[in-house]
Design a protein around this ligand. Structure first.
Ligand SMILES: [Zn+2]
Length: 329
């Protein structure tokens, strides 16, 4: 995804971490934070491959040792990637527990062991507590990279036990140069700038918006809806996903995501006997249905000749989604 040469905005973090690795002063755990679409996950994975390589170079893994071969097929027993299995679910305690077991084992290939946690902020309190245990008993040559675009959602205890590496947003010309290089076909500068803006300045996210087909873009709205509704992402994230579609299609997709969510909540109640949980779900379903009504209203507004400002309409829907399940909403 990042290409052979690392993009310029990742270079300072890369050099600093590699210098520490060489000097033997790498910390056991890092939070890699920064806006969405900067390539943080790919960066952390490349770092993991480099740290586990038996003869690393300044660019990354050597590419021909046993470790590099295992990394190339994503089957390295000492390199672990933990990512949420479904949008809205987050990093579960089971995933984090598997990390605890892994940290206790000894290295297979004889090199460093590295675990990368994607979307680390999606851990719930139980998962975070399980992770704390691992963080409190650091093992020799074992490194953790917690990748997140919402570091504020990580618990303060976790933050206090990790070093921080912040990835900056590139300036416009670096971002455009990267897009030019990464796009499969030539780019239209105006469109690239629009996508970059919708993506909040993250070039990889902008590339997805530029090249994504409608189905992917619609699925992205569904994912962002689940994340924002559950409080795991900010309204801006949903707005970015919505902005990639025609406004009317964006409102339609949001309506479909909200209706599906309300239906799931009501269906869960059909085969549940816990009355308290069922009651809570019924309240939630009611709120999500209200949100769906707002989406329908917005869809009609956008289709009408009254000519509303589409961005304001989508902004308001994103905000409503982020508030829908909050207390007193
Ligand atoms: Zn190697």
């Amino acid at each position: 995804m990042l290409g052979e040469t690392l993009p310029p905005w990742l270079l300072p973090a890369w050099s600093s971490l590699l210098a520490k690795a060489e000097a033997g002063t790498l910390a056991h755990a890092y939070i890699v934070d920064g806006a969405r679409g900067l390539g943080k996950l790919a960066f952390a994975r490349r770092l993991a491959a480099t740290l586990s390589c038996l003869e690393p170079t300044a660019q990354g893994g050597c590419g021909h040792c046993k470790s590099c071969a295992l990394n190339a097929s994503d089957t390295h027993p000492d390199v672990m990637l933990l990512a949420p299995k479904e949008p809205g679910k987050g990093l579960t305690i089971d995933l984090i527990r598997s990390l605890g077991d892994y940290a206790q084992r000894s290295s297979h290939a004889g090199g460093a062991r590295v675990a990368v946690l994607a979307e680390a902020h999606t851990m719930n309190i139980n998962a975070a507590n399980a992770l704390l245990k691992t963080l409190e008993e650091p093992q020799q040559a074992t490194y953790l990279f917690l990748v997140t675009d919402q570091p504020g959602l990580l618990s303060p205890t976790i933050r206090s036990r990790c070093q921080k590496i912040s990835i900056p947003r590139p300036n416009e010309s670096d971002a455009l140069a990267w897009l030019q290089h990464a796009a499969t076909e030539g780019i239209d500068k105006q469109r690239a700038l629009e996508c970059l803006k919708a993506a909040g300045g993250g070039p990889l996210f902008a590339l997805e918006l530029m090249e994504g087909d409608t189905l992917t873009l619609r699925a992205r709205v569904d994912d962002a809806f689940a994340e924002v509704l559950s409080g795991r992402a900010q309204p801006e994230d949903l707005l970015a996903a919505l902005s990639a579609l025609e406004p009317i299609h964006a409102a339609e997709q949001l309506l479909s995501a909200a209706s599906a969510q309300a239906k799931r909540l009501l269906l869960a109640n059909q085969d549940s006997s816990e009355s308290e949980a069922a009651e809570a779900r019924a309240v939630q379903a009611g709120r999500v249905l209200k949100l769906a009504e707002e989406c329908e209203l917005a869809r009609r507004q956008l289709a009408s000749t009254s000519n509303p400002n589409p961005r304001l309409v989508l902004e308001s829907l994103s905000w409503l989604t982020s508030r829908a399940l909050r207390q007193g909403a």
